[in-house]
Write a protein that binds this ligand. Structure first.
Ligand code: FCB
Length: 496
């Protein structure tokens, strides 16, 4: 029998899954059957290591044991918005408000992962992922954010975690990826200190149930994005444009992080816990002293406001002073809060997408090619810089990259393939940037590509495609893109 490389098998699987799915969908009209066909076919792939990587490689080997993974979040992929007792979150409300999300898209169905998770896990296995970062939906587990656990909601995540272990994939769970229960929002949301305590109760309930079956727990995903998009520019739920509120929210989010670490600790045994922060390296746009000063200020808002309280037990003074001009944040910081926020963490999850260039006037400019996401400049070197800087300023905490990726204008070809060469180039250069940080002594342990599959990209709806796996939404077929095949080769060679 001729020996096929793993890449050929995956490619073959993608095409045959595609035609099987099309045939099934045509003959029976059953989208669910089509998706099952995808999972089943792809899962049958060979897994033999050491095959040649056909894309040009840089010849950079990663340390033995380096972990390769991919990430998603609950609202972006699960769908099943009203099933098994799930109550609405701020994102249900926001996406159902006309004009808030492109094309009026919502996460009601999304990638239907709630029903198709087993086939999705098979697909992860066939690529060779060794870690999968997902998030747990707060309003699935605690209805309306208060009161007893909703067992049916929790059981979904038990099945997911078990399914990952069965396939040899390590789970990494985020407790909060922006889906605040709407009932808590109605009571003031993150402006209300009480929400931080409700979050800690939820964190305790989830970790009590799943504990050390999840080796890495992440508290909050990108608190800065909640502050900036949810409360400053209004582009995300809950959609405020209120600088005064925004930084009260920032403090309560950080408090929620600290309380959750405290609440989870007794339940997680030897597992690790930490926050997931999106860090933006800030550079002066020119050589002037003013640009340097403004860059430092910007760095406070982008990075230090979230890193300093966790790792140094204090908010950066210059940032607090700047905030005092427009927000009463300082009045909301109670004695003992910073002690709670700086409870020791075991890991820092870094998410990197773009650098920021700051002008002498405090504005920003773009200096590098942009992706389809208007805010994203392609600058791999920024990843090296931010990782090295974290080590220098905050010590030797173990680091994981929990998000990095880009949207590309992917299309399903007549041949059943999706050729996303741009994603391959982007990831290759960012992997190399991570490699450079490791070479400089950074304790980087793993890398999760954003995203495992196409999904609901918040206010952009389904228009932007960030996945390694193409999702054909009308049929819910999954098709591994060329980047998924390439990534599979990288993982098996542990080399880019
Ligand atoms: C990050 C979010 C993630 C996804 C990517 C593109 O900020 O955490 O959910 O939307 O951006």
């Amino acid at each position: 029998m001729p020996v096929l490389t793993r890449r050929r098998l995956l490619e073959k699987a993608a095409v045959s899954a595609y035609s099987a799915a099309v045939t099934t969908a045509r003959t029976t009209g059953a989208a669910a059957a089509a998706a099952t066909a995808v999972g089943a076919t792809v899962a049958a792939c060979d897994d033999s290591p050491g095959q040649p990587i056909p894309e040009p490689t840089l010849g950079l080997s990663f340390p033995t044991g380096f972990v390769w993974g991919a990430a998603t979040s609950a609202y972006q992929i699960e769908g099943a918005a009203a099933e098994d007792g799930r109550t609405p979150s701020v994102w249900d409300t926001f996406s159902h408000t006309p004009g808030k999300v492109r094309n009026g898209d919502t996460g009601d169905v999304a990638a239907d992962h709630y029903h198709r998770f087993a086939a999705d896990l098979d697909l992860m296995k066939s690529i060779g992922l060794s870690s999968y970062r997902f998030s747990i939906a707060w309003p699935r587990v605690i209805r309306d954010g208060k009161g007893p656990v909703n067992q049916q909601g929790l059981d979904f995540y038990k099945r997911l975690v078990d399914g990952l272990h069965q396939r040899g994939i390590t789970p990494m769970a985020t407790l909060y990826h922006w889906d605040t229960p709407q009932a808590l929002q109605d009571a003031g949301g993150w402006e209300n200190r009480d929400t931080a305590y409700r979050f800690a109760e939820y964190a305790a309930a989830v970790t009590e149930a799943l504990g050390d079956s999840v080796p890495t727990w992440l508290t909050l995903n990108e608190p800065k994005t909640v502050v900036q998009n949810g409360y400053l520019n209004g582009g995300h739920a809950p959609g405020f444009r209120d600088p005064a509120k925004a930084y009260v929210v920032a403090h309560h989010l950080m408090l929620a992080h600290g309380l959750a670490v405290e609440a989870a600790r007794p339940h997680i045994g030897g597992s690790r816990i930490g926050p997931a922060l999106n860090l933006h390296p800030c550079y002066p746009a020119d050589e002037s002293a003013d640009a340097a000063e403004q860059t430092h200020l910007m760095d406070g808002f982008e990075n230090r406001l979230y890193l300093d309280p966790v790792f140094r037990g204090e908010y950066p003074r210059d940032t607090l002073e700047a905030i005092a001009a427009f927000s009463p944040m300082a009045q909301y910081i109670k004695d003992g809060d910073l002690k709670i926020i700086s409870a020791p963490v075991d890991v820092l999850a870094v998410q990197y997408y773009t650098p920021i260039y700051v002008t002498a006037g405090g504005g920003t400019v773009q200096k590098h090619p942009l992706t389809e996401a208007f805010w994203q400049q392609i600058y791999p070197r920024g990843l090296t810089d931010i990782l090295v800087r974290v080590k220098k300023d905050y010590g030797d905490v173990p680091l994981t990259i929990t998000e990095n990726g880009l949207p590309t204008p992917d299309q399903l070809g007549a041949d059943g393939k999706v050729d996303d060469a741009g994603r391959i180039a982007f990831l290759r250069d960012h992997f190399a940037a991570a490699h450079a940080a490791i070479a400089q002594g950074v304790r980087l342990e793993s890398y999760h590509v954003w995203s495992f599959m196409d999904n609901f990209e918040w206010q952009e709806g389904y228009e932007q495609r960030w996945g390694l796996i193409y999702v054909d939404y009308p049929t819910q077929r999954r098709i591994p893109k060329r980047s998924a095949l390439w990534y599979s080769d990288v993982i098996h060679a542990n080399k880019v």
